[in-house]
Design a protein around this ligand. Structure first.
Ligand SMILES: [Zn+2]
Length: 279
């Protein structure tokens, strides 16, 4: 489950013991700097920036995890990693990096991306500055404030007669099917977004929407909001572009599934567990 750990205290500025070991979340082109170990990977730990030969393009203080200060930093995309270390994508670090650290890394990745893409005011073009009292960038010329952005995505598990609706998009790995998902559009409620996406993508209607769970998804700044629903009418049909295929699957005959790190995987596993309990 990708989320900020409960023992993380967010903050804009460091406080407390300056000599304490600090965690460094260092990104190059969206990939995190890690040191492979026998059992997984670990993050750099040091009281000050530990890589003198690696200049940073930006740094952000994040807060403290288990009493240790956490910093996000970005280096040039082409920067070579220090000896014995590697830059790796967050998806590849699932189960290899401590889950709490991965949750903080998810926030770090999103804040770095937001800071880099809001250097100039979207309204007047003047340079922006970080605010000292909140996580925001401010334009002194026109007064506009930009906050870290989140893009809400609805995800829905539709069930009909004990079978789950799964679909395959062109970007998926070979053989993989997943539940339906889509971005919420301006002016919509989450419920409206679900009904629209389902109708657009597979041509059916659903009913009895129930909230399931949510999850941060830092690729690059999504918030996944998952629901369950029942089939209510229509015949499944896909357009062959957004979706290549869709169909109803029994719990004991599922196709390839998305990563266990994903909200979709949890929705599908919950369906399988529920069906097996009843069998
Ligand atoms: Zn401005």
């Amino acid at each position: 489950m990708l989320q900020l750990p409960d023992d993380f205290q967010p903050a804009l500025l460091p406080g407390g013991d300056a000599d304490a070991p600090n965690w460094w979340f260092v990104f190059a082109g969206g990939n995190l700097l890690v040191r492979p170990t026998a059992s997984g990977v670990e993050l750099p730990v040091a009281s000050i920036w530990p890589f003198a030969k690696l200049p940073t393009t930006r740094r952000l203080y994040l807060g403290a995890l288990r009493g240790r200060p956490c910093h996000a930093a970005e280096v040039e995309t082409t920067a070579p990693p220090p000896p014995g270390m590697q830059f790796q994508g967050l998806r590849a670090l699932w189960t290899r990096l401590d889950e709490g650290l991965l949750g903080v890394a998810s926030q770090a990745a999103q804040l770095i991306e937001w800071d880099r893409t809001h250097q100039f005011c979207g309204q007047c073009g003047a340079p922006t500055q970080r605010r000292a009292d909140e996580r925001a960038r401010h334009c002194a010329a026109c007064g506009l404030t930009a906050y870290p952005r989140l893009s809400p995505v609805i995800m829905v598990r539709v069930v009909r007669d004990g079978q789950i609706l799964l679909a395959r998009a062109p970007r998926f790995a070979p053989g993989v099917y997943s539940v339906l998902a889509g971005f919420v559009e301006a002016g919509e409620t989450l419920e409206q977004a679900i009904h629209r996406e389902i109708a657009e993508e597979v041509n059916i209607q659903v009913r009895n929407l129930r909230y399931f769970a949510s999850q941060s998804w830092p690729f690059p700044h999504s918030l996944m909001i998952a629901f369950t629903a029942e089939y209510a009418g229509g015949e499944v049909r896909v357009d062959g572009r957004e979706l290549l295929d869709a169909g109803w699957f029994a719990p004991d005959a599922l196709p390839g599934l998305p990563s266990p790190m994903s909200m979709a995987w949890r929705l599908i596993q919950d369906f399988v567990a529920g069906r097996m309990d009843r069998a």
